[in-house]
Write a protein that binds this ligand. Structure first.
Ligand SMILES: [Zn+2]
Ligand SMILES: [Zn+2]
Length: 353
């Protein structure tokens, strides 16, 4: 098999060849067709995430030591299964599957409940274990194979990261009272897709907040009922006006101090702020005010396999729409990461094996 690997942090990926693995135990071998190229791999290839304030999260602290194969949006054909992946739990040999990448240890309570994304010993595909910038991929268990029939496989590949992250974040606001307002902070790709998902849930009272007038117009087309440019006037005052002084919830896809504080200031009693964006920054949380307002501040990172199935179902039913996607040969994956870093990619790129 071949893969394109980080051999040294911060350097171009290198093509490496090795023996194609034989699946053991519950493992499944997938011959890859596609793998989405996610912007977070730009940071992972560099070897760290910038946490702001001069702080960095190094990938070595997340259990990664080069050489490593990145790529956490894989899609391919199941071609072999270990002895414990046959029979009842059945790996569907010869069938195309989307792969849930956020795998855990497989043994702890969270993993057994299907909440691998909350595992304290994560073993995620394309992070701690080899990922999809390759022609073959070992998947630890058939339960991570997701049936995406009826969805364009190129689009399906991208659902396992951005689509799932958006869905899981928005779902944390459920149940959403129909007559209450939700703020979506940031009208980039995730923010727009969140508006689409809220509309798919049947919710209409959505205010989109951004600093870019053109992006806000896209948010309007995506179904936002109100727009707020946080560069204009007193955004906190205007957010209170829009929401009648009682914002039920906010999902922050930016994750800067300004956006999180703006949302916090407008929440009603019992309101919820979901943090998703990793821009970085800090919020000062008054303990007494948090208690007296009974608010919730919750982080949301990727999602579960069940949630990915729900995202695929929304895509299959046409309730969420694809974003512009280009395919490129897998051999160009490192150059694609360069372009993502330079900000010159429009839409998403999916590597074709
Ligand atoms: Zn990603
Ligand atoms: Zn676990």
């Amino acid at each position: 098999m071949l893969s394109y690997d980080v051999v040294e942090w911060g350097q171009a990926l290198e093509k490496r060849e090795r023996v194609t693995p034989t699946p053991q135990g519950t493992e499944v071998l997938v011959k890859l067709k596609y793998c989405g190229v996610c912007h977070s791999d730009v940071h992972i290839r560099d070897g760290y995430f910038d946490l702001g304030g001069g702080k960095r999260l190094h990938m070595s602290e997340r259990g990664m030591q080069p050489p490593v194969t990145l790529g956490h949006e894989p899609f391919g054909t199941v071609i072999a299964a270990g002895p414990d992946a046959r029979g009842a739990i059945g790996a569907p040999l010869g069938v195309d599957r989307l792969i849930f990448p956020w795998t855990g240890c497989g043994a702890c309570v969270r993993c057994r409940e299907g909440l691998d994304n909350y595992c304290m010993a994560p073993n995620m595909i394309g992070i701690q274990r080899p990922g999809g910038y390759a022609d073959h991929l070992l998947v630890p268990h058939p339960r991570y194979l997701i049936d995406a029939d009826g969805v364009d496989p190129v689009w399906a590949a991208t659902l396992s990261c951005s689509g799932l992250s958006t869905y899981s974040a928005v779902s944390k606001l459920k149940p959403i009272p129909a007559d209450e307002w939700i703020a979506v902070m940031g009208a980039g790709g995730l923010g727009l897709s969140a508006i689409g998902m809220l509309r798919a849930f049947g919710h209409e009272r959505i205010v989109s907040i951004d600093i870019d007038a053109a992006k806000l117009q896209l948010a309007k087309s995506a179904g936002a009922a109100a727009l707020l440019n946080s560069r204009d006037g007193d955004p906190a005052q205007r957010l209170k006006q829009v929401s009648g002084g009682a914002l039920y919830g906010a999902v922050d896809f930016v994750g800067a101090s300004e956006t999180a504080n703006l949302a916090l200031s407008a929440l009603r009693k019992g309101g919820k702020l979901i943090l998703v964006g990793l821009f970085g920054g800090e919020i000062a949380l008054s303990i007494a005010s948090t208690i007296l307002r009974a608010i919730t501040v919750q982080g949301s990172h990727v999602g579960s396999a069940e949630e990915l199935k729900a995202v695929v179902a929304l895509a299959r039913e046409g309730k969420i729409k694809p974003i512009p996607i280009h395919t490129r040969p897998l051999a160009e994956v490192s150059r694609t990461l360069d372009e993502l870093k330079a900000g010159s990619v429009v839409g998403r790129v999916v590597a074709e094996v």
